[in-house]
Design a protein around this ligand. Structure first.
Ligand SMILES: [Fe+2]
Length: 242
């Protein structure tokens, strides 16, 4: 690589420092999916750098309100979740697709492999989608998910959490993450949260957003999401830790 200023098509690998390692002894699923050999960098093609992109055509009615996808109201605490999707320079990212999945209020997924002894809710599927607006904001309504035990392990429980997947502007900014709730007593024991470096764990915990709370209807939580972005310039490498 020469010393010229980075092109628009470079992604900063340092940005991965906030992410969990691919392998964690305490996060059992990583034992099977972590690479066994060192990664080999492949120069991305235009296909990976420019897509995929999504528009309103991918959304169905009530995708942004998981409490209104069935005939009746689901059981549980209705909540509003919102925030901004940002690049590494703090700029809002419009048109980003967030895919949402979560357990119901009793801590049970509407999925055939979930054998947790908790009730399914016929009025809650736990899946949604939402696009960010022109300034990177998103918002959806759902039920606060319950904690659930991890099958096959002795008294291991997951804190309440919402799964989120974002593609960002390209495959290289893809992020699959989880949103946790502030003050949850299970947070210190969650092996998945604790896989992330200590300095970045707080970024996965939402904050109570009193301004967005709707009186006599639902509490609101704020959760901003930072995606990897294209390098703004070589100087960024010297300011990253500042
Ligand atoms: Fe989960």
């Amino acid at each position: 690589m020469n010393d010229a200023a980075p092109t628009l098509f470079e992604y900063d690998r340092e940005g991965l420092a906030a992410h969990p390692a691919a392998y964690s002894e305490n996060y059992l699923f990583t034992h099977k999916r972590a690479p066994l050999r060192p990664l080999h960098a492949v120069k991305p093609s235009l296909t990976e750098l420019t897509g995929p992109s999504f528009g309103p055509e991918v959304l169905n009615e009530c995708d942004d309100d998981l409490t209104r996808q069935h005939e009746d109201d689901p059981i549980g605490e209705r909540i509003i979740v919102g925030g901004r999707v940002l690049d590494e320079d703090g700029r809002g990212m419009p048109g980003m697709l967030l895919e949402i999945w979560q357990a119901n209020g009793a801590g049970r997924y509407a999925h055939e492999v979930d054998r947790h002894d908790a009730p399914l809710d016929p009025n809650f599927t736990g899946r949604g989608r939402v696009l960010t607006d022109a300034t990177g904001h998103y918002r959806f309504v759902t039920i606060k998910p319950g904690a659930y035990p991890v099958g096959g392990l002795d008294n291991v429980w997951r804190p309440s959490h919402i799964h989120l997947s974002l593609f960002g502007p390209s495959f290289l900014s893809r992020l699959v993450t989880q949103m946790y709730f502030p003050g949850d007593p299970l947070l210190p024991f969650d092996t998945i949260l604790n896989t992330a470096p200590p300095h970045s764990r707080h970024m996965m915990i939402a904050s109570l957003d009193r301004a967005a709370t709707r009186s006599e209807w639902a509490l609101a939580y704020r959760f901003d999401i930072v995606l990897r972005g294209r390098r703004a310039g070589a100087h960024r490498e010297h300011t990253r830790d500042g």
